[in-house]
Write a protein that binds this ligand. Sequence first.
Ligand code: XMP
Length: 313
Amino acid sequence: MNLDNYLSTWEEKIRNTVGKEQVLLATSGGVDSSVCAALLSKAVPGQLNCVFVDHGFMRLGESDEIEAAFANKPVRFICVNGEERFLAKIKGISDPETKRKLIGEEFIHVFEEEAKKLGHIPFLAQGTISLDVIESSSEHGAPIKSHHNVGGLPERMDFTGIIEPLSGLVKEEVRVLGKMLGLPASLVNRQPFPGPGLAIRVIGEVTKAKLDTLRQADAILRNELDTLEERPDQYFAVLTDTCAVGVKNDTRTFDPVIAIRAVNTVDFMHCDYTPLPHHVLKRVSERITGEISAVSRVVYDITSKPPGTIEWE
Ligand code: XMP
């Protein structure tokens, strides 16, 4: 695939399709929606409206990073701080699938509310990539696809057309395109992050305090593993709902256990746990238990998929 040609062809297609109208994009901060935003802002500067719904389950510093990446682009970037309402929505909920469903529902509500404030926008853009395209390929490469939808949005909202400029690309090509469009490496090389975010990495009921503890542990893990020459394909911390006895400053403690997950995978359908060197695990463990008072121990998950899934919930 010649990405220079791909880019210029799509820029032209988008200009021809959109004309002087406005385009709406729900951006998650993930690779695909960010690259989609960068492409659209180049093709139709000043006509793209990005709505980033921050559900409060992002990793440490991530929301600011996403906002900063678009600060110098000709887009209207709207960041909605939804932490309180998302936390309220899943208050008291422990079941993982119920959490996912409620977070998904709330996302659509918030997105629709914000979109309404912007007035009628005829076009919706989506960062769908080739792997996501499940419908007929007869329209492959066409600028508008009305048959394909994500998260139920196009059906509920009234759009003239759906624009999916990444639909002919695989993930690696999307990353290269992102770099060509000037997005920071930290954004285009981002590992997969589930839509419901850290809410499904806090086992059991989610609270702000638990999220803050997990955010700290996750930041330490990433800080240590980001420097490795060979990084696992996905790695993260999980705040388990198990407490264990510990000793800190000669005092007995009884605090939660953090689990570390790191996997190597090609398709995320199967994975092997990553045999991280013990000196790395030791350092991660020392830092997490030393720097976070609310954690008693760190354990390493050595389960592959199957039988385990990548996420714990
Ligand atoms: P599992 O846990 O099913 O994860 O082995 C496979 C890949 O999918 C990601 N994942 C999700 N992504 N919403 C998402 O957008 C979700 O609810 C979700 N659950 C899992 C996971 O991070 C891994 O990359």
